[in-house]
Each structure stands twice: as C-alpha cells, then as structure tokens.
Design a protein around this ligand. Structure first.
Ligand code: NAP
Ligand code: GLV
Length: 313
C-alpha cells in the first residue's frame, strides 16, 4: 500500500516516521518524489491544484485538519479539481477539541472577568474596581456545534454561563440551548454577550460575521473567531469596535495569514490576535486516526469524517 503526502512547509520526515510506526505495511512517499506514481491514499494539507485533479488511483484523500476549505476551494479555480468519486476525509477532533476548549474558555473568561481592562489599569498604575458582569446574564453563543463547537459549548456551560448553540440542522446538546438554520439565527444571536464562531468555511458561511450580524448581539458584546478568516468582514468588526457595539474580539484566523504588517487589527488594543493556533494538528493523534481509518477502509468498514462535497464540510 502506498501513501502520498503533501504538507506546504515541506517538513515531511516526522510524518513519514509517524506513518512508518502506525502503519508499517504502507510505503510513505512525498508528493514531490512520487508525482507519476500510482498510490492508494493521499494525505494532505492545502494541496496544490495539480495534485488531485484527474486522479483515478486514489481510494481516499485524508485532510490533515478539520476544515476542508483548503481542498474544496480548488474547485473555484477548476471545477474538476477533485478526483471524481473519491472520498475526502477530515480529521475528527484528533486532540483539537481540548485545545479549542482551552483557547475559547480562556478568551471568554478573560472578557467576563474584565481582565484586559485590569491589565490596562495596571499599565496606567491605577488601582481601579470594575463592576463585575453577572454570570446569569452573560449568555454565550457558539456558531457551529459540530465536533469541536459542541465540546466548546459544553465546557462553557460547565462554567455556569447560559450557552446557546447554532447549527444547520437541529442538535440536542446537554446544557446548551439549541437553534438551527436561518430561522433560528436571529433568536440565537439576540442579546448574546459573547459570540464564538466555529463554523466551517462554505459559500453559505463566508462573510457571515458582518455588520448586520454584529448589530444583533447585545451592545458591547465580545467576538471570538477560531474558525476561518473569510467568515469575518474585517472592516465591519473595526467599525463595530469603534462604535462600541462590539467591546473587543479575540481572533485566531484572518483573511490573509500571516496577518500583514500595517493591518489595522495590529493597532487596535481591543483586538487580541493569535497566529492560527487555537487547535493545532497533533501529529501523533492525526496519524493514529488516519491509520485506523485506512485499516477500516481496507476491511470494508465505514469511517467517520467523510466530507459532503455538496454541503462543503
Ligand atoms: P464540524 O464537525 O463539521 O461542525 C460544523 C458545525 O457547523 C456543525 O454543527 C454544522 O451544522 C454547522 N454548520 C455548517 N454550516 C452551517 C450553516 N450554514 N448554518 C449553520 N450551521 C452550520 O466541524 P468541526 O470539526 O467542529 O470544525 C469546525 C471548523 O473549525 C473547521 O471547519 C475549521 O474551519 C475550524 N478549525 C479551526 C482551527 C484553528 O486552529 N483555528 C482548528 C480546527 C478547526 P450541522 O451540525 O447541522 O451539520
Ligand atoms: C485548522 O485550522 C483545521 O482546520 O484543522
């Protein structure tokens, strides 16, 4: 059995070593060294257009991340960019949910306990008491309550916040008030003090975080975006922060990454920036998950995480 790997940073050896251990029956080849070979599986992160187009040898394409926009968006350049009938398989959690929980709960608690404001007071040498927020009034909404969002929502509920979740289809998550579809969006957003975005990037969700949506949150609400940069209309967030409609934001993802020098977000003290690290792909967990799925496919068993190409996630 042959695997063909593509990672944009070209750091192949740790992946090759990982698959050699987890799947010793497979030969692991880099895309660059095996362009003309017939292989069984591709394992990729943001592959180049020429890697998948027209392929007839592949049994499946494994994505080294949860979001598959880096593969599906190849169709914007060429409608036949993806190999016909070949399943695209995303990572299911693979150690990402725990990281997302750390990141999002930290951001929410920092805002809830007004810690950024105390940090500013410290910089000014000021001993200043700020009125605490009331937990019972502090409703947090999670957009996208799939593999990662559902666990984030439950972790936030564990801190005693009223938590709402929004999804495309109705979801029943213990301790989380569920809203679904377009009709559920307005009641989901109404009065939220914090909005957390964990949606996949699809044609339906691109630019979803715009002035209209931000205007439906409670005045002075907080935004946490850990999904994808193109969900957010960046100018609309800046305007909402400047008007006070949004108190601030923690952003892990951006339309252009790395965030360019001189981007206005760098100079906005109410916006906290991290470089797309909310949930990293953990090599050991990911290799183990992909190896188990390859073995299941070999045994004719169904696997989780197969992407619906029409839906886009
Ligand atoms: P997932 O399991 O596929 O969950 C997606 C959720 O979004 C589901 O609840 C789905 O609804 C909902 N959804 C999709 N389209 C919608 C729409 N049009 N309206 C309302 N709800 C919609 O995905 P996941 O594994 O949780 O990952 C989510 C995203 O997180 C990834 O796609 C990726 O972009 C991002 N991510 C970021 C990082 C980072 O480091 N920043 C790391 C990992 C992942 P249904 O439940 O009805 O299907
Ligand atoms: C990271 O952003 C992922 O989608 O896994």
């Amino acid at each position: 059995m042959k695997l063909q790997l593509y990672v944009p940073d070209g750091r192949y050896q740790p992946w090759i070593d990982g698959f050699a251990e987890a799947l010793p029956e497979a030969q692991c080849l880099t895309w660059e060294d095996s362009r003309n070979e017939q292989v069984d599986y591709a394992v990729v992160w943001r592959p180049p257009l020429e890697m998948l187009r027209g392929r007839t040898d592949l049994k499946a394409v494994f994505n080294l991340g949860a979001g598959v926009d880096g593969i599906l968006s190849l169709r914007d350049t060429d409608p036949d960019a993806l190999p016909a009938g070949v399943p695209i398989v995303r990572l299911d959690d693979a150690g990402m949910a725990a990281q997302m929980i750390d990141y999002v709960t930290h951001a929410v608690l920092r805002y809830f306990r007004r810690l950024d404001e105390y940090a500013l007071a410290q910089q000014a040498g000021t001993w200043r008491f700020l009125k605490p927020h009331r937990r019972a009034d502090f409703t947090v909404g999670v957009m996208g309550v799939g593999t990662l969002g559902a666990q984030i929502a439950q972790a936030l509920a564990g801190f005693g916040f009223p938590v709402r979740g929004w999804s495309r289809t109705a979801r029943d998550i213990e301790g989380v008030q569920g809203f679904a579809g377009e009709a559920g969006q307005a009641p989901f957003l109404d009065g939220l003090r914090v909005l957390v975005n964990v949606l996949p990037l699809t044609p339906e969700t691109e630019n979803i975080l715009d002035a209209g949506l931000l205007g439906k949150l409670a005045k002075g609400a907080y935004l946490v975006n850990v999904a994808r940069g193109p969900h957010l209309v960046e100018q609309d967030l800046l305007a909402a922060v400047q008007s006070g409609q949004v108190a601030g934001a923690t952003l892990d993802v951006f339309r252009t990454e790395p965030l360019p020098a001189g981007h206005p977000f760098w100079a906005e003290p109410r916006i906290t920036i991290t470089p797309h690290i909310a949930a990293l792909t953990l090599r050991e967990d990911s290799v183990a998950q992909i190896a188990a799925k390859i073995r299941a496919l070999g045994a004719g068993q169904p696997i989780a995480g197969v992407v619906d190409l029409q839906r886009g996630y």
